[in-house]
Design a protein around this ligand. Structure first.
Ligand code: AQP
Length: 332
């Protein structure tokens, strides 16, 4: 990792299959950034256990996310790819940062409120502490920019507040991270209810598209996507379903919103929805095929995550040593 380049950090939870929302909002941007920056991308398995996971599934999904990172264009020679639980400094820094996070500010996190209502039988302390662990993930690597979907903005703001507080008490220790939010695709909406975010934990299987979905499933989901009774294909706040489909089609084909509106002027949903489905099938086909190939080569995946953890641990240790010294821990 060169000193001159700025650092990018981001992570994805292996808490289920990745959706088109995860891809368009976050992962799609990861490979673009790796040409110019020191990029560190993590599979955040420690975050995933804040809700109940089946252990065998969690192991499988962790490797799947790693394979999908590579299938989406991340090059392990250029970016550091690793699994969060392999670098203990994440948990160690999170503990210290807990002591610099106010209960009140953590209580305001909307994701905690949403997830605790979704998992009312398991509102554990880890779920509450999730944003502090995320702050540790980011601050450990002296991260300049964090590419995420818009739903993560509040957590990045909290990471900045914690960093500022710590820097204020002990002098400059952490770089202040900035969010990197894509202009389009920052919030892909549910296909079944376009007022809600597309989310892999949605009970309605037709509300989300998975990166590993078969073409016929993708086509079915788009044909059923909720729109409205006015059949014009235009971007408008009054037409959240159609606007969401236009965004998806525009990102999948590389056409601008204007071009899409012109292409479908005078045409109805009967033509538009299958066209979006086909564009997404073609966007995801190479990713699915490459992921399947990579998952057949476990030795290669293991070599990637081991080497990645080695590089990440080295960088993380430098920050953690500094933090331990500043708070007054005796040197080991
Ligand atoms: N619908 C979305 N549109 C744009 N970006 C999205 N992201 C998630 N959903 C959308 C972005 O994907 C990255 C990884 O997300 P994550 O796996 O850490 O978890 P999440 O945000 O909790 O995703 P889900 O699908 O909503 O999971 P569940 O259903 O388990 O809560 C992040 O950068 C996120 O912004």
């Amino acid at each position: 990792m060169s000193e001159a380049k700025k650092t990018i950090f981001s992570g994805v939870q292996p808490s289920g299959k990745l959706t088109l929302g995860n891809y368009l909002g976050a992962i799609r941007n990861f490979p673009i950034l790796q040409e110019e920056y020191n990029c560190i991308y993590c599979v955040v398995d420690m975050h995933a256990i804040t809700v109940r996971q089946d252990p065998a599934m969690l192991r499988k999904q962790t490797l799947e996310v790693l394979a999908q990172y590579i299938a989406c264009g991340l090059d392990p020679e250029k970016s550091t790819l690793f699994i969060q639980s392999h670098v203990p400094a994440h948990a160690e820094l999170a503990w210290v940062l807990n002591c610099y996070t106010m209960f009140g500010e953590a209580s305001r996190m909307t994701q905690f409120k949403d997830k605790s209502s979704k998992h009312a039988d398991n509102v554990n302390v880890g779920l509450f502490d999730y944003p502090v662990l995320m702050a540790a993930d980011i601050l450990l690597y002296q991260t300049d920019m964090v590419p995420v979907g818009v739903d993560q903005l509040q957590h990045i703001e909290l990471a900045r507040n914690i960093a500022q507080r710590f820097n204020g008490v002990y002098s400059d220790t952490f770089v202040m991270p900035e969010p990197y939010i894509p202009k389009a695709g920052a919030k892909i909406m549910s296909l079944a209810d376009p007022t809600r975010k597309m989310s892999k934990s949605d009970e309605n299987q037709n509300s989300f598209v998975l990166l590993m979905d078969k073409p016929e499933d993708i086509m079915r989901k788009f044909k059923r996507a909720v729109t409205d009774s006015d059949s014009r294909i235009i971007m408008s706040d009054e037409k959240p379903g159609v606007s969401n489909l236009i965004t998806i089609y525009s990102l999948a084909t590389g056409k601008s919103v204007d071009e899409v509106e012109k292409e479908f002027a005078g045409k109805g949903y009967g033509e538009f929805k299958p066209a979006v489905g086909e564009a997404v099938v073609e966007l995801l086909r190479p990713i699915r095929e490459k992921t399947e190939d990579l998952l057949r080569n476990k030795d290669y995946l293991e070599s990637v995550y081991r080497e990645g953890a080695g590089k990440a641990a080295y960088a993380a240790r430098k920050t953690l040593d500094k933090v331990y010294r500043k708070v007054g821990f005796v040197k080991r």
